[in-house]
Write a protein that binds this ligand. Structure first.
Ligand code: PXP
Length: 246
């Protein structure tokens, strides 16, 4: 079965825009669990632009499904992960100025440090995942680090779009397929994510070696659009009820 990890970061983005406690990403995580999410993903960034330390603490307390904590390979984040011991830790590259995680981790260029970074997390019982592109040298390096999982970055393929069936688009999809095959053959569990939508999820979900997709931004956008109508109806009802009871 292909698991769905729901990334709730952008519920926190909306909350943080106003500094209110709502909308609460932890409540969103509970809704996601009730709707059938197999796990919850949250990225604690160095600049705390969306998920906060308190969100992670509360998620660890209330979640019934596994938490996948995305983070950069820094000492600060390692200490936080060791304190909370989430089910999974996904190590991602992080640049302060980027809008979202732009590329995969350069495991091949930083193999010894990443292996050293993973060891205490794995010892603490976290399943460590590396967010990488599909280049074989990155996958082979990931397999040597002691990581249990690789998450293949689908963002480049999603950015090419489905229209036109261009050579680049086909090449990128084939790269992801071959990457999944190679990672699986090296004993890694294979996940994928970034930029997935209703429109583009099918070719990725059909890759047989994949065990999990992590999807966030599109789902939160859909939640706003599909949930906006009922929210307005409820506000209207409360306004009308207040007038009638006067
Ligand atoms: N997987 C990883 C490792 C990510 O960093 C992100 C974005 O935070 C996602 C999946 C989800 O991407 P999106 O929000 O585009 O669905």
């Amino acid at each position: 079965m292909l698991r769905l990890g729901v990334n709730i970061d952008h519920v926190a983005t909306v909350r943080n825009a106003r500094g209110t406690p709502w909308p609460d990403p932890v409540e969103a995580a509970r809704v996601a669990e009730a709707a059938g999410a197999d796990g919850i993903t949250a990225h604690l960034r160095e600049d705390r632009r969306h998920i906060s330390d308190d969100d992670i603490a509360r998620l660890m307390e209330v979640l019934e499904r596994p938490l996948n904590l995305e983070m950069a390979a820094t000492e600060e984040m390692q200490a936080i992960a060791l304190r909370h011991r989430p089910h999974a830790v996904c190590i991602v590259p992080e640049k302060r100025e980027e809008r979202t995680t732009e590329g995969g981790l350069d495991v091949a260029g930083d193999e010894a440090r990443i292996a050293g970074f993973i060891a205490p997390l794995a010892e603490a019982g976290c399943r460590v995942s590396l967010f990488i592109g599909h280049a074989p040298r990155q996958i082979e390096a990931a397999a040597r680090t002691g990581a249990a999982v690789v998450e293949l970055h689908t963002g480049a393929w999603c950015d090419l779009g489905l229209e036109g069936k261009s050579a680049a688009q086909r090449g990128e999809l084939e790269g992801l397929r071959e990457g999944a095959r190679l990672a699986h053959s090296l004993g890694l569990e294979v996940h994928a994510g970034h930029g997935l939508t209703y429109e583009n999820v099918a070719p990725i979900a059909a890759i047989p070696e994949l065990r999990e997709l992590n999807i966030g931004h599109f789902l939160i956008g859909e939640a706003i659009l599909r949930g906006l109508g009922p929210a307005i109806v409820e506000m209207r009802r409360r306004m009308d009820a207040a007038r009638q009871s006067e």
